[in-house]
Write a new protein. Sequence first.
Length: 216
Amino acid sequence: MDTTTKEELWAAVEAFDAAAAEIAIAKLLWDVPLSGAVAGVVLPFLQEVGDRWEAGTLSVAHEHFVSDMLRRKLSALSAVPPQHSLDDESARPPVVLLACPPGERHDMVLLCVALMLRERGARVLFLGADTPIAAVLTAARAANADAVVLAATRSTAFTAHASALRRLAQDHALYAAGRGADDQTVDEIGAVALPVDPVRAVVFLVGALSRVSGSW
């Protein structure tokens, strides 16, 4: 990430200068493919946002300002048609549903994972933050999802719905991500843990879905 532009971005964030922040982000993402933009710019920036918030040097208002700005930029990136195409164009692309359980509002990293999966050719259904488990079950069934990815920062976001998630895992491959997906929790809900690093998580999912479908 360009150091000068990064400093410009943080100065804009600290001043709540939306126009300057948009310009800085645009510079950082200029002529960079989606996967590179996510892995090289967006995810490191989100990590630094989290670090500064935990250190008390970034307010909740700043965090919301950054999240809104990044969400707009990622939404714009998601509007670009994916470059990846399946070798067999008649094959059905795998369907991946991504959501955060009730009470979990941190969905930006999950959105990055969704965009990278879409770039790889998956059909992505992104439900986002604070999604009722009943809605996840309904959507997974209706979309005939090949995989369901749930992400949360707290294990209780998963374990509070353990019985429903075990039922979900009987019909769809269930993956858990985020700090809340510790070994005990993942075992309790019948899921498979994804790597902590979002890029590695995408590689892991692509490999798993390729082995199942044999056509991706």
